[in-house]
Design a protein around this ligand. Structure first.
Ligand code: FUB
Length: 262
């Protein structure tokens, strides 16, 4: 499967169908001399680009809409713009992103735009109560998947934060999909409520080339698509990843047929 985007390195794709196009909101990987470490310092991203296409089947050209938000323009951010996501409500578009604050703590911020392709204007402070990493003690941190209902203005959390990662609804069931961390699978579970409980349903994708695996799932023109990344384009350089896409196929019982990374 060739990378979708080759002019820059991209990772952590969140894909959405907006206004009849598929928009991809990825991390923008860049060259760095920082050695691989358990803090993830080597993932030292400084801005976001947005990409879109009019068709995945057949694949039409993927347009790079350019830089839509920079770390230097976000007052509370020190570095590391990581895996973003987007949402729309009442004609506005919201870009949500984790980044380190001035104390080095990962928090989640939001930036607002009038078009899916941005540009996006950041809120001056991160979302209250939004920690992207959970401390485990002894300077260890875990990426904890969580979900929270947003306030009506889309800018803060409403109520308690609960568990989740990527969520979509298909045939009346919520599908909660996630990376299994050190075992490098993408897996999913299903349930009747967006906040669970969920029952394990199987694997989506086998491990990719590279340490990280990260995905999103979107329905577009009647088909379901898995967006993910690997390090094929950089020949295995772990912090230089590229977004790919595969059509998801379901078996007779509606379960995802596990895919191999290629
Ligand atoms: O891109 C930086 C981090 O690597 C992401 O937040 C993780 O999901 C992993 O892909």
């Amino acid at each position: 499967m060739p990378p979708l985007i080759t002019n820059v390195y991209t990772a952590d794709p969140s894909a959405h169908a907006f206004n009849g196009r598929v928009y991809i909101y990825p991390s923008h990987d860049r060259e760095t001399d920082i050695q691989f470490n358990d803090n993830g310092d080597q993932y030292d991203m400084a801005d976001y680009h947005v990409f879109s296409t009019s068709s995945l089947d057949p694949l039409e050209p993927v347009i790079d809409h350019g830089v839509v938000l920079k770390a230097e323009d976000i007052p509370w951010v020190s570095k590391q713009l990581w895996a973003p996501d987007a949402a729309t409500k009442n004609g506005k578009f919201y870009l949500y992103f984790p980044a380190r604050d001035k104390e080095g703590i990962f928090r989640i911020g939001v930036a607002v735009g009038n078009k899916p392709e941005g540009p996006f204007t950041p809120e001056p402070e991160p979302i209250k109560g939004a920690l992207a990493l959970t401390p485990l003690g002894d300077d260890k941190f875990a990426l904890a998947p969580r979900v929270a209902k947003l306030t009506d203005d889309m800018l803060q959390f409403q109520g308690e934060v609960q568990e989740a990662a990527w969520l979509y609804k298909k045939d009346g069931l919520y599908h909660f999909s996630y990376s299994t961390g050190d075992t490098h699978y993408l897996a999913y579970a299903t349930g009747t409520s967006p906040v669970g409980p969920f029952t394990y349903a199987g694997r989506i994708l086998e491990p990719v080339l590279g340490w990280t695996t990260h995905h999103s799932i979107v329905e577009f023109n009647g088909k379901w698509w898995l967006f993910y990344h690997d390090c094929e384009l950089s020949k295995g350089v772990d912090h230089l990843r590229s977004v790919k896409v595969k059509e998801i196929k379901f078996d007779a019982e509606g379960k995802i047929i596990t895919m191999k990374s290629d």
